[in-house]
Design a protein around this ligand. Sequence first.
Ligand code: MSP
Length: 511
Amino acid sequence: MPHRTYLTTPIYYASGAPHIGHAYTTILADALARFARQSGDDVLFLTGTDEHGPKIEEEAARRGVEPIELCDEMAARFRSAWERLDIGFDRFIRTTEDEHKAVVRAFVQRLHDRGHLYAGSYEGWYCVHEERYWTEKDLGPDNTCPDCGRPVRRIEEENWFFRMSTFQDALVAHIRDHPDWIVPEVRRNEVLGFLEKPLGDLSISRPRSRVQWGIPLPFDDDHVIYVWVDALVNYLTASGAVDPSLGPEAPGFEDPTGSWWPADLHIMGKDILTTHAVYWPTLLMGAGVPLPRHLLAHGWWVVGETKMSKSLGNVIDPLQLQEQYGTDAVRWYLLREMPTGSDASYTPERFLVRYEELANVLGNLAQRALSMIVRYRDGVVPEGDAGGLDDAVSTTLDAVAAALGDYRLHAALAAAMDLAREANGYVEAREPWAQAKDPARAGDLDDTLATLARVLGVLAALFHPVCPERSAELARRLGLSGVQTLQEARTDAPGGRTVERGDPLFPRVDV
Ligand code: MSP
């Protein structure tokens, strides 16, 4: 049986257009999904849109459209952006889907049936942009949100609450017992630090008098479900564990056997780690559902030194970059530039540095090797010893596997690029142009060219998860019927294949 991997991105608010922050999360998930598929796993890669709550309701009102019209438009926009960026999601969930609404209602009913909910009153501050509550002492100057700086609202109302506090000890124990549950470690320590203070209960509903656009509570029609509870449950809905027609007693809640639940990996930005590492697992504990296996919190993209924001007008549009440099270049830049877990700064200069790495190291290697096979051997890879770089290949594959093991994708990609650098060094050292001039060294030249053909096949496989389009083109030029698996590529016998030189894989760009 192949190993199964279920991985998720956050679902994006259907109120704003995709920017490089969203693109990063999604491309990171896509590359990990592709690495998993490459190693033979069955994969469910989930993304989608978060469509309820006041944020959406207010944006729709601002535009003078119905909330669902806004959601339809934005969901289509996210989908097409992801398609243009070659993101091969298996399922795109929308929280306005009937199936999801039914699972959320069954989930919340189940919490109620198990005695984890109570009615109470809430008094405090709320930020609609972040869709979260703040206490007085957290606020910034002039009653602003400490996260986004927007004005917060004073709220006094009846809410239903989830007894989150009763799960605090169990959650701390879970985090301590599973050192790699939250990756990277700095984020794990942050969550543990947060959990040193007593955990409050979580308000899980909004009176309909204030918020209409949401899923009604199954046991109190005057309230809709808090958008974060609604949103988090999407991961369970898409897993297929729960048949919502069976209601809160659906057996899949406790025993998801045969479905994709529990998720192997939830990927998200550090800004929404608390919801994923505190709200979500405690809600699951309350419902008696197994917890996801890993959470990966990545860093934040800033522009130069500044936060990216609509109001500052400095939002970077991934599709504009895609148009200018191609899909693979955008993917490579985002994944190679940001050390998984840390913040990174977008600048056009750094984008070009990364682009030139693709063009001058990988592209140049392919161009040289293919040209020489065409020139010296009429375009047919000779039957030489293809193992001249086998040690370097082994070292690289080990480094890549180790880096992927703890989701350090940037390090895996650096190792892949280093192999291309090493292969360029091999060309310099072997001087095939000199070998070609000396008939006595024809065998050496065969070995050089066969080695280069094999290493290019390995590079096509290694770069495929991040640069799917250009890697497939490289494989085609190598005379392969498709990109090989890493296992096939490392022992490949390329002799006899007809190659094609083609234009540069990554053309020179005018700045
Ligand atoms: N709807 C919620 C998620 C619900 S998941 C059950 C949400 N949506 S969001 O549209 O605001 O953003 C989601 C993702 O985009 C998060 O992973 C967030 O970290 C990421 N990013 C948004 N801006 C970002 C940057 N500037 N840099 C990196 N990632 C950023 O939150």
